[in-house]
Design a protein around this ligand. Structure first.
Ligand SMILES: Nc1ncnc2c1ncn2[C@@H]1O[C@H](COP(=O)(O)OP(=O)(O)OP(=O)(O)O)[C@@H](O)[C@H]1O
Ligand SMILES: [Mg+2]
Length: 251
């Protein structure tokens, strides 16, 4: 039962868009839990959910994951939601071994109920992201097709190596996902070529195009497959989910 963290300390690269749509695509064939670990709660609101309790209550020991999990409107999809309160956890938790394992421990109780757990991590690097890294088996790193993309990934890879050594020896990078590509521009093509040259097979074959539909979908509380089925973004995330299933089965 794989736990997949969607992480990148850089903001606005497509983590939440990927977490929502990967979860929704996987939910067509598997029972999926999406964990929203970002105080911005974008994954929670992007699925149209208004939670009464959140992963903050779970991390602070006031509730169990089982109680805080909500059913999404989609079949086979549940969400451990976030709330603005979660910003408090980012401050209250520290980098102690005990605090960074809180999410991993909390998920033990719900792991048997799901075939896939996807964690949407916050931007920045702090206690919440460390909790995601400690709980995950696999990581997906969305990379925005823009000029500074490569520098950011090198830093992330260093961080992941250190986490693997100190905290979670089994942690694997499942893949780098190029997002917001605009194939009409040379820049997007150059960034894609550079990332593929540096990271080779680690980069998912599918590239997520820049698409207004993908940006609009969360304001309707819907995954792309319901908001704009058949759109370029829906096709891309469907293909990405297939690659994820393939890679997980080979890992
Ligand atoms: N492929 C895409 N095409 C067009 N817009 C996109 C695409 N992917 C994401 N966006 C938009 O770009 C913005 C940032 O995306 P998203 O919220 O997924 O990134 P993030 O990495 O989760 O951000 P944060 O670091 O703040 O959590 C959002 O407004 C989102 O709707
Ligand atoms: Mg996000």
């Amino acid at each position: 039962m794989p736990v997949i963290g969607v992480i990148n300390q850089k903001g606005g690269v497509g983590k939440t868009t990927t977490a929502i749509n990967l979860s929704a695509a996987l939910a067509q064939v598997r029972n999926v839990l999406l964990v929203d670990l970002d105080p911005q709660a974008n994954a929670t609101s992007g699925l149209g959910l208004l939670p009464s309790s959140s992963v903050y209550d779970v991390l602070s020991g006031r509730s169990s994951a089982r109680k805080a999990v909500l059913r999404a409107r989609q079949k086979n999809l549940s969400v451990l939601p976030a709330s603005a309160e979660l910003a408090g956890a980012a401050i209250e938790l520290d980098a102690s071994a005990e605090d960074v394992q809180l999410l991993a421990k909390a998920l033990i109780g719900v792991r048997p109920s799901f075939e896939f757990i996807v964690i949407d991590a916050p931007p920045s690097f702090g206690a919440l992201t460390l909790n995601a890294l400690a709980a995950a088996d696999h990581l997906i790193l969305p990379v925005q097709c823009e000029y500074y993309a490569l520098e950011g990934i090198a830093g992330m890879m260093d961080t992941i190596d250190r986490v693997r050594a100190a905290l979670n020896p089994d942690l694997q990078v499942l893949g780098l996902l190029l997002t917001m590509a605009d194939n009409r521009t040379n820049l997007s093509q150059q960034v894609e070529a550079n990332v593929r040259r540096h990271f080779g097979e680690l980069v998912f074959d599918v590239v997520v195009p820049r698409s207004v539909r993908l940006a609009e979908a969360p304001s309707h509380g819907l995954p792309i497959f319901e908001y704009a089925p058949g759109s370029a973004g829906a096709v891309a995330y469907e293909a990405m989910a297939q690659e994820v299933l393939q890679r997980v089965s080979e890992a």
